[in-house]
Structure formats: structure tokens, C-alpha cells
Ligand binder design. Structure first.
Ligand SMILES: *Cc1c(COP(=O)(O)O)cnc(C)c1O
Length: 370
């Protein structure tokens, strides 16, 4: 059975180093806001190239806290509009609505699955204050045009970098392209913890200070509360694990690229639409390898019968969820088509050549039923 993602194997690659560090963290007697978090934050900031990094409890909180901090700083007001891709994981939209901001959904580009930058301009109103870009599936979405739109309209660019740690655009890492970025270290992400974890990077000192306080009960100084904050801290145990795994992220991302390259070169079933391998390979870290086909469910069943586990990212777009009844009537045909047709193949730094061969062979022998 080829698992979609073998988390046990992924983490056991670093078994000795992780176990030693976990034991020393356990024995230290210090479990929150300590040296492990400080070390990881410093290393994450250095890795991303940003001035500040803040560990938080998870990726959704990372995005919520960035938006909340802009409200606390008076830069956003409740009711302001934030542009966001319609094709994303619901967390991107939840972060916006949780802050009483209004999500303005923009269709993706069918080639990259990322927000269609050329459709952003027409969605901007006097209430638009930010663009929450999502580097979906591990592929960076960014351009000079996007930067110019943001500058022209005085909009903050916030990156949802949950899926794309380590990708680069013109030698700048994702997480350092906009004004602030949220990371998820959910176990299945390219840099995964052993539970929930998240982070924020920015070069904005005021924003960083505000976020740090908000994540810690609204306090930068014990028992002095400047905001009505929340508790969203990264803990020492998760930070210790992440600090180790961060050292290997480039090597692991490169392995993902090699698998993506093989899939793209060797899968040749005419029923299957393959993703594009970007001209500049560093723009993609292949968190997911997403193909499209009209007969998605049949293909998924067929692969399952052949002991290959696949997943769908995502089966229902945010605007069609019961959670967003007020958005249910929006017509977003590109997004809806993507959700009907996509299938994610196994990809991970620990896949063997035999497993990759088997996935390619199985897809190529999938019968053409049309
Ligand atoms: C995983 C993910 C999140 C949320 O991260 P959690 O750590 O699970 O809260 C947000 N946005 C995107 C695009 C994600 O893939």
C-alpha cells in the first residue's frame, strides 16, 4: 500500500536527533516561551530572510493574528475587504471572517490553481485593505503586477504560506514577499511538527510586537495587558522538533521536485491533466502534486484498488460550504471545476523509486473509458 503521506517514515528519518532534543526539552523543565521557541524563531527568520518570526499555535491562528494585529494597529477596520483566492483551503477565508473582515473571492488561474492576478484589480473598492495570497499546493503566486496593484491602492499583501515553505521568487523566499506571512507546521505540511504549530514572519516591527502580544493574552509584559488577546503560543516541544527539521527542508523539498519531475515526464495518460513544472523550479516546493481529470472519482477508486492512496484538495470550495451560506450563490466556475476534477497523488521526501514507478505505471494503465 502506497500511503498518500507516510508521516511515520518522514519523521523517523530524523529519529535520533529528534529523540535526543525531545528528551533534553522534557528534562529542562521549561515548556513555554523558552529557548527552544527563541532558537526556532531566530532560525526561521534567518531562513526566510525576514527580520521577525513569531511562533504561534497553528496556521489558522497565524493568519488570524496578522489580520487582528492590523485591526489593533488601526490599519484595518472591521468591515474592510480582503481579497482572497476562491480556490483555497477554508482556513484562509476563516481568518478573514473571524476578524469581521469581508472576504472578496477571486477566481484562480486554471494552469497554476493560484489566484488570477489579472482579476484582482476589478475587485478593488474603497473598502479593500489587503490581499491574502495563498501559495497553493506549494507554488508561489507573486508578480511585479501584484506588487504594483498593492502599492497603487495602499493594500497590505499577506501571504498564506502554509503550503510553501522554502519556495523562492526572484531569490526571495515565500514568507518574505509581502507585508506579513502565516505558516502552518501541521504534521502533513512540508515542515511538519508532531502536532499543531504555526508561525508568522514579517519585517514590520510594530506588527511583530503587536502579534507577539496578541498571541500571549495581549501582553508583552507579564500581567500587563494592552490588547484583549488570545492564547496562541508555540510550545517548546514542537519548536525543538521544528528547529531540527528546518535544517533539512531544502533537501526534502528538492526530493519532492524530483518526484514531480518524474510524474510530469513519465505520466502520459491522455485523460490526465498534469500540473505545470515552473520554468524556475524554486517557485514550487510541491507540497501537493495535483492532477485533474473529468473522471476523478473513478480514477481515485481505481488507484485505491491498486493500493495507491490519494486525496482531494479540496472537494468543496469555501463558497459552497454551509459555513458560508451567504456565499453559496456566488458563481465561480473555474474554482468549481477545479474542485470537481482534482486529485492529489502521493508525494513526499521518503517515497521510494519503486513507489514512484508504481504510481506512474498505474496511472498510465488506467483504462480510457471515454
Ligand atoms: C494547513 C493550511 C492552513 C491552516 O493551518 P493549520 O495549522 O492547520 O491551522 C491555512 N491555509 C492553508 C492554505 C493550509 O493549507
Amino acid at each position: 500500500m502506497i500511503k498518500f503521506l507516510d508521516l511515520q517514515k518522514i519523521n523517523l528519518v530524523h529519529q535520533q536527533e529528534i529523540e535526543e532534543r525531545l528528551i533534553s526539552t522534557f528534562r529542562s523543565g521549561w515548556y513555554l516561551l523558552g529557548n527552544e521557541v527563541k532558537k526556532f524563531e531566530d532560525n526561521l527568520a534567518r531562513y526566510v530572510g525576514s527580520q521577525y518570526a513569531i511562533g504561534v499555535a497553528n496556521g489558522l491562528d497565524a493568519l488570524r493574528l496578522i489580520l487582528r494585529a492590523y485591526i489593533e494597529l488601526g490599519i484595518f477596520q472591521k468591515g474592510d475587504e480582503i481579497i482572497v483566492p476562491a480556490n483555497t483551503y477554508i482556513a484562509s477565508v476563516l481568518a478573514i471572517t473571524d476578524n469581521d473582515l469581508v472576504p472578496v473571492l477571486v477566481e484562480p488561474d486554471i494552469e497554476t490553481y493560484n489566484i488570477n492576478i489579472s482579476e484582482i484589480q476589478e475587485k478593488i473598492t474603497s473598502k479593500t485593505k489587503g490581499i491574502l495570497i495563498v501559495h497553493l499546493y506549494g507554488r508561489i503566486v507573486f508578480s511585479e503586477e501584484l506588487k504594483n496593484i498593492a502599492t497603487r491602492h495602499n493594500l497590505k499583501i499577506i501571504e498564506d504560506n502554509a503550503q510553501t515553505i522554502g519556495a523562492e521568487w526572484n531569490s526571495v523566499k515565500s514568507g518574505n514577499l509581502g507585508d506579513a506571512a502565516g505558516f502552518s507546521f501541521y504534521p502533513g505540511k512540508n515542515l511538519g511538527a508532531l502536532g499543531d504549530a504555526g508561525g508568522i514572519t514579517t519585517n514590520d516591527e510594530d506588527l511583530a510586537r503587536c502579534i507577539r502580544a496578541l498571541a500571549n493574552y495581549g501582553s508583552n509584559e507579564k500581567y500587563i495587558n494592552i490588547y484583549q488577546g488570545l492564547n496562541s503560543r508555540l510550545d517548546e516541544v514542537q519548536a525543538a522538533v521544528l528547529d531540527i527539521k528546518l535544517k533539512y527542508i531544502d533537501t526534502e523539498n528538492q526530493k519532492r521536485r524530483e518526484i514531480a519531475r518524474r510524474y510530469i515526464t513519465e505520466i502520459n495518460n491522455p485523460e490526465i491533466i498534469l500540473p505545470e513544472f515552473p520554468e524556475k523550479e524554486k517557485e514550487h516546493v510541491w507540497h501537493l502534486f495535483v492532477i485533474r481529470t473529468k473522471s476523478r472519482n473513478e480514477l481515485q477508486n481505481y488507484l485505491s484498488e491498486n493500493n495507491i492512496q490519494t486525496l482531494i484538495h479540496y472537494p468543496i470550495p469555501p463558497h459552497k460550504q454551509n459555513a458560508y451560506k451567504d456565499l453559496n450563490n456566488l458563481s465561480l466556475p473555474v474554482t468549481e471545476q477545479i474542485h470537481d476534477e482534482v486529485l492529489s497523488l502521493p508525494i513526499s521526501p521518503v517515497m521510494t523509486n519503486e513507489e514512484i514507478d508504481k504510481v506512474i505505471h498505474s496511472i498510465n494503465s488506467y483504462p480510457n473509458r471515454f
